[in-house]
Design a protein around this ligand. Structure first.
Ligand code: 5GP
Length: 204
């Protein structure tokens, strides 16, 4: 009954608010895939090339832009980040719901280029909690943490332009809310394979 093509879901939210942990849980469903972004930032400890990101030099990244190989891209805290176009299309064509874990500028580019995309913004319970989570993660220096907090303050007011807002306080609840969004989106007429419904003797 559903269309064969997967949904395109953008997941934004301040750095440190738990998007990565949410995505790791969501992937356990089996019907979703996460897009591996390209970036010019250096790998963090434990991050693998082509698994967490495609780590590129600035020249390589700019080459991808020139070739129109990115669905969207943005600069965030002095580095480029972008979504490889071909990989996303292939995963969607294979029926997976593809999650783009990206910041706000990229999210709005996606809305322009892919009007069927679903934009989800996840918010932390408070800025104090966000700061605590960033310190606990321990992957950034204090100065970078403050840059990310400043960026979060700019991004949070844009949440209201998204299709859905999910509070990430208890992880379980946030993941369950995400599941509810997916469920609702796959029940839209635009997503449903109406021809097969009609074939089955319905009156649609
Ligand atoms: P991080 O350096 O913490 O991995 O990511 C920094 C920010 O860049 C996060 O908000 C993350 O969601 C965003 N980001 C990651 N990949 C992309 C991408 O492909 N495009 C855009 N626009 N933002 C991205």
């Amino acid at each position: 009954m559903r269309s064969n093509k997967g949904l395109l879901i953008v997941l934004s939210g301040p750095s440190g608010c738990g998007k990565g942990t949410m995505v790791a849980e969501i992937l356990k469903r089996g019907d979703c895939a996460v897009s591996v972004s390209a970036t010019t930032r250096s790998p963090r400890e434990g991050e693998e090339n082509h698994v967490h990101y495609h780590f590129l030099t600035r020249d390589e990244f700019e080459q991808r832009i020139a070739e129109d190989g990115l669905l969207e891209y943005a600069t965030y805290c002095d580095n480029y980040y972008g979504t490889p176009k071909k990989e996303v299309e292939e995963m969607r064509a294979a029926g997976k719901h593809v999650i783009l874990e990206i910041e706000v500028q990229g999210a709005f580019q996606i809305r322009e280029r892919c009007p069927d995309a679903v934009l989800v913004f996840t918010v932390p319970p408070s800025i104090a909690e966000l700061r605590r989570r960033l310190h606990k993660r321990g992957t950034e220096m204090d100065e970078v943490i403050e840059k990310r907090i400043a960026r979060a303050m700019e991004e949070l007011p844009l949440a209201e332009q998204y299709d859905y807002i999910i509070l990430n306080d208890a992880l379980e609840d946030a993941v369950s809310d995400f599941g509810a969004v997916l469920r609702a989106e796959t029940l839209r007429p635009s997503y449903t394979d109406l021809d097969s419904l009609r074939k089955d003797g319905n009156t649609l």
